[in-house]
Design a protein around this ligand. Sequence first.
Ligand code: AMP
Ligand code: ZN
Length: 108
Amino acid sequence: MCVFCKIIAGEIPSTKVYEDEEMIVIKDIEPKAKCHYLCIPKEHFALLAEMDDERAEIVKHCLAKLPMLRKELGLENGYRLVINQGEDAGQTVHHLHIHVLGGETLPW
Ligand code: AMP
Ligand code: ZN
């Protein structure tokens, strides 16, 4: 089981800030910005290239839900979403996740 599947299963601890049937949002353990969250679909798949209709609905749900959470996550002033895909992007966890960065003016 991958590290995010273990977090979703409650087998390893995380700082969870939101959960519903499709996804969880946790704090990244190595924050790259003042606020750095990971939005993680509960279904395990690694890449957008593995998308099908059901997974597209899950990703759509994540993208629709995140703006609703922005106040409680301290992101009212803006935020950046990043999805690393594969080696050149430095993807280290092969379970699709959306980085959510903000809480300050980001450097680029
Ligand atoms: P990526 O490089 O896009 O695959 O991002 C993986 C992210 O997961 C990195 O920013 C890590 O800091 C983060 N990460 C890895 N393990 C954990 C964990 N146990 N809890 C929270 N974040 C994690
Ligand atoms: Zn997984």
